[in-house]
Design a protein around this ligand. Structure first.
Ligand code: NOJ
Ligand code: CA
Length: 706
């Protein structure tokens, strides 16, 4: 007994010899770095004296390397610095962002190999970021990562909101469970997708949201994913330790590196108030400042599009049903019989342009405009699209002129079918074609397995492709909204032309069988931590068979919930996704979508609990007007809010779009279209108690009375 006490004390003393402590600017977070007895780097994190991360190992396994970069280190230098600046994003949830942290950079030297790495920690008031840096040196020049060994040791069997680990898709519904239940639920949570690759029964994706029994909210993710593989997490569920699990390249390597270089930041956002997780700007702050000099061409936009009619199956992307397959340049579409269901016809596009102009939208997206959709995925085909050849019934020039005459911008669509090499071959021509025809934004897509075959959507090489497309687009002054690409990690700070990403289960799944009604109460805590999502909200017709009699999907949301999404799902790019005729049917509710802003001076998270509810108020940039959104999960709930964010002494007219609580069975399933609209006068002393039904919500526009 005595002996083991002395051993324990000796270990403690030894460990503390090398321990480096760091506190956040407000002192609420503390982290400690130390070397274990065998020279293994380790860190831990506390929040208000509660343990968030227990001592966790750091390091990397390298390929063909006897020693690895995991132990036998000595500290050769430590540097502590403080940083505090405020910067202005080109677009965002707020007009200015404070970047305030204390930094500890530890330089380690490995005994025997004489190799050096720096582990840089930045401790903010809202969390910790750290990364590995590999300075230029003789003994570490080219190296291949076999696996990164970054641990996040949890203190218990937390509640967790997760999607299964997958190298190719994030389009899953979230499962909420205890950590210990991930193993049994993993397979079940893997719903079908056209490209998916599982790797471990306890593998999950970031951004991962957890809640401890003590009421701490913990979010694990990464920031500035550049020239590196996307990180998943694998849980050792005996010890409740997450460990990094990178996505491999085709050769199985998890990173082909050349020093000087660095890993992305590994991030831990923590608070005892769920609202602070949503308000955190740490992920953006860990990215480099904007690299685009002139950003005047980057503009938030609300848009409509020839889209939902294809997603629901009412119309088709393809032009003809005559060909079993297409060969670009060989197949003659001019001679083919049109199938009569093609959505992207000049006449139909003009209808959308009219609708956009009449209702104050800025842009129209058109999918299915170019040759190749007859056999666009499932064949690992390389040359699927050339991105410049329209179908015979899509008049590029005529549409350009028509849109211009109505002051509407066109949004280009580049579906790559995962054929990334083919896209890169065509990218200059494709972007030039856009510029020549009045398109300043592109929605790109990566449906299906990546071609060249064997690569994954989230590998280092494919990550480099997405980055190449963003930077190339910036050269052409083109904004990018990439679907099925890697989930964002705050890169929009550096390249604000990345105005949208999908990288999660979007509204399209409401037409493919439905999503969980509380999905949108989880997304702000997970997917949105890395950046905005092109969620494509605004569905008013929940019974999809009314659009396509052969599609029996049901949209698991009330109409009022759909309105709230324009505020709760922050994005500088917002679609009104439903068909114009459905908006015309509910013109009074549509008014909110017309009115709601897309760029914000300020945002206040009023209520939040992952999986249950999110209520946010945002102030429209350059005005005194506010918009509020509340989305609610499974259980009907009264939301109680104060309007104390309004300017003192001013009066406002609030228009409240809410679930009709008197309507019989009003909820997402049985009566989703029951809503009420009422107007009240409010000032900064006003309060509101508003019931949201199951899968419901409310939206409020608050306009200053002059
Ligand atoms: C999947 C995207 O998420 C969707 O928005 C798009 O319409 C289809 N791919 C076709 O590109
Ligand atoms: Ca998708």
């Amino acid at each position: 007994m005595k002996q083991s006490f002395f051993i324990a004390l000796a270990v403690l003393l030894f460990n503390t010899v090398n321990a480096q402590k760091l506190k956040s600017p407000n002192q609420k977070l503390q982290m400690e770095f130390s070397l274990q007895n065998d020279g293994t780097p380790s860190y831990s994190l506390n929040y208000k004296d509660k343990v968030v991360i227990k001592p966790s190992k750091l390091g990397l396994y390298l390929k063909n390397d006897a020693k690895y970069l995991v132990n036998d280190f000595t500290i050769i230098d430590t540097k502590m610095t403080a940083f505090d600046e405020t910067w202005k994003p080109v677009w965002g949830e707020v007009a200015s962002i404070r970047n305030n942290y204390n930094e500890l950079a530890v330089t380690l030297n490995q005994k025997g190999t004489d190799r050096q790495i720096i582990i840089r920690f930045r401790l903010f008031n809202d969390g910790l970021g750290f990364r590995y840096e590999f300075p230029s040196q003789k003994n570490l020049v080219y190296f291949t990562i076999k696996e990164e060994r970054t641990q996040f040791a949890m203190t218990g069997n937390h509640t967790v909101f997760w999607i299964p680990g997958d190298y190719d898709t994030q389009e899953y519904d979230y499962t909420s469970s205890r950590l210990s239940e991930i193993r049994n639920l993993n397979e079940k949570s893997r719903t079908e997708n056209v490209s998916q690759t599982a790797f471990s029964p306890t593998g999950v994706q970031t951004s991962l949201m957890m809640k401890t029994d003590e009421g701490l909210y913990i979010n694990l993710h990464e920031a500035a994913l550049i020239n590196y593989a996307c990180m998943h997490l694998n849980l050792d569920d005996k010890n409740m330790i997450f460990e990094s699990w990178l996505t491999p390249n085709t050769n199985g390597d998890k990173g082909n590196m050349q020093a000087p270089c660095q890993s992305p930041w590994r991030t831990i956002i923590v608070s005892d108030d769920a609202r602070e997780i949503l308000a955190s700007k740490m992920t953006l702050n860990l990215n480099e400042p904007c690299k685009i000099e002139d950003t005047s061409w980057i503009k938030p936009v609300k848009y409509v599009g020839v889209w939902w009619e294809m997603i629901t199956g009412k119309s088709s992307w393809s032009f003809t049903n005559e060909f079993p397959a297409v060969q670009l340049g060989v197949t003659d579409f001019a001679k083919a019989k049109p199938n009569g269901t093609h959505g992207a016809t000049t006449a139909n596009v003009k209808k959308y342009i009219d609708f956009a102009a009449e209702n104050g939208f800025g842009a129209v997206l058109v999918e299915g405009w170019n040759e190749g959709w007859e056999d666009w995925f499932g064949h690992s085909k390389d040359y699927v699209f050339d991105f410049v050849t329209p179908y015979p019934d899509f008049d590029v020039k005529g549409i350009h002129e028509y849109a211009k005459s109505k002051d509407i911008k066109m949004i280009m669509h580049h579906e790559t079918s995962g054929a990334i090499r083919n896209y890169e071959r065509h990218i200059d021509k494709a972007y030039q074609f856009m510029k020549d025809n009045g398109y300043d934004a592109v929605k790109s897509g990566y449906v299906g397995n990546i071609v060249p075959q064997g690569d994954n959507h989230y590998s280092q090489w494919t990550v480099n492709h997405y980055q190449y497309a963003i930077e190339k687009a910036a050269e052409y002054k083109i904004m990018v909204n990439a679907h099925e690409a890697v989930r964002p990690t705050g890169i929009c700070r550096t390249y604000p032309n990345l105005i949208g990403n999908e990288a999660a289960r979007g509204t399209e799944y409401q037409a493919f069988g439905g999503s969980k009604p509380n999905h949108v109460t989880v997304l702000p805590f997970t997917r949105l931590i890395g950046g905005p999502m092109d969620y494509t909200p605004g569905i008013f017709e929940m019974d999809i068979s009314k659009i396509n009699p052969n599609n029996h999907s049901h949209v698991n949301s009330t109409l009022a919930n759909q309105l709230a999404l324009y505020v709760t799902m922050y994005s500088p790019l917002q679609m009104a996704a439903d068909l114009p005729e459905n908006y015309n049917r509910f013109a009074d509710a549509f008014q909110f979508i017309k009115d709601v802003a897309i760029d914000w001076e300020d945002s206040k998270y009023l209520e939040a609990e992952p999986g249950q509810y999110v209520t946010v108020a945002r102030k429209a940039k350059g005005t005194n007007n506010w918009f509020i959104g509340n989305v609610n999960g499974y259980k009907a709930r009264a939301s109680n809010i104060k309007f104390d964010f309004l300017e003192k002494g001013k009066k406002y007219e609030a228009t409240i779009y809410a679930d009709a609580k008197d309507a019989k069975d009003a909820n997402y399933k049985t009566n989703p279209q029951a809503y009420t609209i009422r107007k009240i006068t409010v000032n900064n002393k006003s309060t509101l108690s508003q019931v949201s039904v199951s899968g419901g919500g409310y939206a409020i526009s608050i306009i200053e009375r002059k």
